[in-house]
Design a protein around this ligand. Structure first.
Ligand SMILES: Nc1ncnc2c1ncn2[C@@H]1O[C@H](COP(=O)(O)OP(=O)(O)OP(=O)(O)O)[C@@H](O)[C@H]1O
Ligand SMILES: Nc1ncnc2c1ncn2[C@@H]1O[C@H](COP(=O)(O)OP(=O)(O)OP(=O)(O)O)[C@@H](O)[C@H]1O
Ligand SMILES: [Mg+2]
Ligand SMILES: [Mg+2]
Lengths: 257, 257
């Protein structure tokens, strides 16, 4: 089982979109995929038509004092319209996890839970909230690879330096090496700000940035309105093609390691 | 002194942009304006060229056990390139406030601090992080009016229901009435998803939505790259015109109350 986290403290950069789209593409390759929503705001959960406010159980259950066993974790799972793609939803209760962040072992709750279902899934994609806290730390601690979507524009660029510093801070305290890839998103070749930002990104992070980028594509919003992953909604859209080539590059790196 | 908070749990909807742009327009009207950054990620602080990671003091100081007096609060203030516009910056340390959220009176730290400088400013605009927690509660508790930017697209619409529920939850526990306005942002009349979302928004929230909307405008990103409010960077841009008419409508409502 491979665990990939999608994280960035900047809001609205395409974290949920990236987790859902890559999850859909992995399911098309006949992989058994778990989408784990750790964002109290629950965009990934609402994407598939579930309401994070009314769900009686969710990823919040992973943080209980009495950690759930494999059976209890399975009881949390929900289906999606995409074969091979399973959702472990979030709920608003997750917002209260932060208060207990200082408690013993709180940073490892998610990785311990995932270890119990390691034989049921080939991939786990974790969506995290746009804020540095216990939920993001759990996502980083549980994963072997981190995907950092970055909008190709100025404010998002400024926030990236901070995200990279956060990654090294967290990996030092977890004493693990976390391999990360920067993914330029919402690139609009018609605007100077976007073109300039992409050039700046490539100059600043030559070794950790993905060579291509995800273009602006309105089909992405349409897919979320229809509650299906992008490649299922519109297989030949520009967005789907870009995410396919991203997945190919991520998988080829994986084989080399 | 009037205090307006800008908040939405959904990321990337234009919160920072709205706070900075309205602040700039109020300063042009010769109002003394304080921009207060309560987002640990510090987009508003970086907007004006300051680095939230290296600032030794910030809005974090407002949450100290020993509450700062007016003089100590003044020592936190930074200037911006716009006359009449002052910044109280954020820093990463703010991310640790959540852990102490349960402590006595933690929800009122900001409103108590602002009460100490009530005679120095005409308006305070508070930028908050995209997450429900102590920092957002402080922003809501300290303000008399709440602005809720919402991107005109599906995922942001889903999140709005939750934000409205949060507002009524918070106002009940604070025993105050919080007047809120929904502001449609990043509207792109060329895409069906945007047009449909705006129609849905107007149907669902007829009494609390602003009658017009903020269009997509690349000058907004250019302004943030140059570290000046939009109306200073490009007075006759579509975005500046839209924010001007928003401010006019907010001020006319205010006079009636
Ligand atoms: N390449 C793209 N082209 C056009 N729209 C996009 C693209 N990627 C994402 N979007 C849209 O932008 C919005 C923000 O994306 P998304 O919700 O995935 O970001 P996020 O980083 O998860 O946000 P949050 O910080 O709130 O969790 C969504 O409405 C999504 O449909
Ligand atoms: N009307 C608009 N047209 C085009 N771009 C916009 C518009 N409003 C905001 N933006 C851009 O969209 C991005 C997100 O805006 P902003 O950072 O203000 O959102 P936010 O809600 O504060 O995000 P966060 O959740 O990270 O705090 C910024 O790069 C900003 O320049
Ligand atoms: Mg998201
Ligand atoms: Mg912001």
């Amino acid at each position: 089982m491979r665990v990939w986290a999608v994280a960035n403290q900047k809001g609205g950069v395409g974290k949920t979109t990236t987790a859902v789209t890559l999850g859909g593409l992995l399911a098309e390759r006949k992989q058994r995929v778990l989408l784990l929503d750790l964002d109290p705001h629950g965009s990934m959960t609402s994407y598939f038509g579930y309401d994070p406010d009314t769900l009686s159980q969710s990823s919040f259950n992973l943080f209980a004092e009495q950690e759930p066993d494999a059976q209890a974790i399975n009881a949390l799972l929900l289906s999606t319209p995409c074969e091979g793609l399973t959702l472990l939803p979030s709920s608003m209760a997750l917002a209260t996890v932060e208060r207990r962040a200082a408690a013993e072992g709180m940073g490892l709750k998610v990785s311990r839970a995932l270890a119990k279902v390691w034989d049921q899934f080939d991939y786990v994609l974790i969506d995290s909230p746009p804020v540095l806290g216990a939920l993001m730390i759990n996502a980083l601690a549980a994963s072997e690879r981190l995907l950092v979507p970055v909008q190709t524009e100025f404010l998002a660029l400024k926030g990236l330096e901070r995200m990279i510093r956060t990654i090294s801070m967290v990996t030092q305290s977890l004493r693990k090496d976390l391999n990360y890839t920067i993914i330029p998103t919402m690139f609009d070749r018609r605007t100077q700000a976007s073109v300039g930002a992409l050039r700046e990104l490539r100059n600043t992070y030559p070794n950790t940035i993905w060579a291509a980028m995800i273009p602006v594509d309105t089909r992405i919003r349409d897919a979320s309105r229809n509650g299906v992953p992008l490649s299922q909604y519109s297989a030949d859209s520009r967005g789907a093609a870009a995410y396919r080539s991203l997945l190919k590059s991520l998988l080829s790196q994986q084989d080399q390691r």
